[in-house]
Design a protein around this ligand. Structure first.
Ligand SMILES: Cc1cc2nc3c(=O)[nH]c(=O)nc-3n(C[C@H](O)[C@H](O)[C@H](O)COP(=O)(O)O)c2cc1C
Length: 166
């Protein structure tokens, strides 16, 4: 997926007959991504934490699907993807749970909430599998049990919710 910039987003607003081949290809990528979202009632996102936030490819996807006039009303800012059931499952090398020293560095969950709320996705459910690096980084080895507990908790919740993963 090519990373979107302002001209490539503007491509979506140029009438189909007037687009260059590059603009048509770019607009088709955006349209396919949005059509997938419109067709589904249940969304499950798997998002690792990269530098306290999201990987560039997820950011790039958000930059395409947050499209004025298509996924939200630019006048009212009302999102159009309503009535969806949204679960975000994250994997994090460390822990950002409330009360931990790194809790203020969690720019992932708040950013995803803010980004997706623009297109109408609300009540987003987050499941975090934390401390995943405890198994590979010697200095985090003391947190292996926390990692196991966090993973088990996430898996239990997935089962209870019947979230379709895999
Ligand atoms: C580029 C990069 C940046 C990362 N940044 C963080 C970070 O800021 N905080 C953290 O807890 N883990 C960080 N990690 C670790 C990943 O979140 C962790 O390994 C996670 O389990 C990756 O998920 P995956 O195994 O599904 O790819 C980073 C990993 C990479 C590759």
């Amino acid at each position: 997926m090519p990373y979107p910039d302002l001209p490539s987003l503007a491509d979506a607003f140029i009438p189909p007959g007037e687009r260059t081949p590059e603009q048509a290809a770019s607009a088709a990528v955006t349209e396919r991504l949005i059509a997938d979202l419109e067709a589904a009632d249940t969304y499950v996102f798997g998002v690792p934490m990269y530098n306290f936030s999201v990987p560039a490819v997820f950011k790039s996807w958000v930059d395409r699907i947050v499209l004025p006039g298509r996924t939200f009303d630019p006048d009212t800012r009302e999102g159009k993807l309503t009535g969806k059931d949204v679960t975000v499952i994250t994997a994090r090398g460390g822990s950002y749970a409330p009360g931990t020293p790194r809790a203020p560095f969690d720019f992932q969950e708040p950013w995803i909430r803010a980004a997706l709320e623009q297109v109408g996705l609300r009540d987003i459910r987050f499941l975090h599998a934390e401390m995943t690096l405890a198994h590979s980084m010697p200095k985090l080895a003391q947190f292996k049990q926390l990692a196991e507990e966090s993973r088990a908790r996430a898996l239990r919740t997935i089962e209870e919710l019947h979230v379709p993963v895999g």
